[in-house]
Design a protein. Structure first.
Length: 150
């Protein structure tokens, strides 16, 4: 059995009053996060599907889900094809692009693209698993360039 490791730093998600603290952390999360969100949305239209579509529409990932008889997603697969750099955005990072198909909201920025990599994997974390793989021969040249500048 692996040894349990305690993280030295706490990652703050949200600050809330003592009255909000409940014995059951799941109940606390239900009170804090909108239904089907496992992160704090800045826009409720920018849900998991929105972020998944960004990754698929930019040819950054292929994503598929497998559901049970009731339609609940039980596991998913993501194939990481490419990670777009700021240079590849070809415009100011705050400017938006339009999805290739109709979607609401219809526009996304590079900042949404970055958030997609954070938020797309938050899918029922206590009951869901991901199979993740990378496309062979992905170039991580830019990552090495960034590391040398630090």
């Amino acid at each position: 059995m692996d040894e349990y490791l305690i993280k030295p730093d706490i990652l703050p998600i949200i600050t809330f009053e003592k009255e909000w603290i409940k014995e059951n952390p799941t109940k606390t999360a239900e009170d804090l996060f909108p239904s089907t969100f496992h992160y704090l949305p800045q826009n409720v239209l920018k849900n998991r599907t929105f972020y998944e579509f960004i990754l698929v529409d930019t040819d950054s990932a292929e994503i598929s889900h497998t559901s049970d008889k009731e339609g609940t997603i039980i596991y998913s697969k993501i194939k990481i094809l490419h990670i777009m750099t700021p240079q590849e955005w070809n415009r100011p990072l705050h400017s938006t692009k339009t999805f290739s198909r109709q979607f609401t909201p219809q526009y996304y920025s590079y900042f949404d693209y970055m958030e997609a990599w954070n938020n797309v994997l938050y899918l029922i974390p206590e009951k869901h698993s991901w199979f993740i793989w990378f496309k062979k021969k992905n170039s991580y040249r830019h990552q090495n360039e960034w590391n040398t500048k630090i």
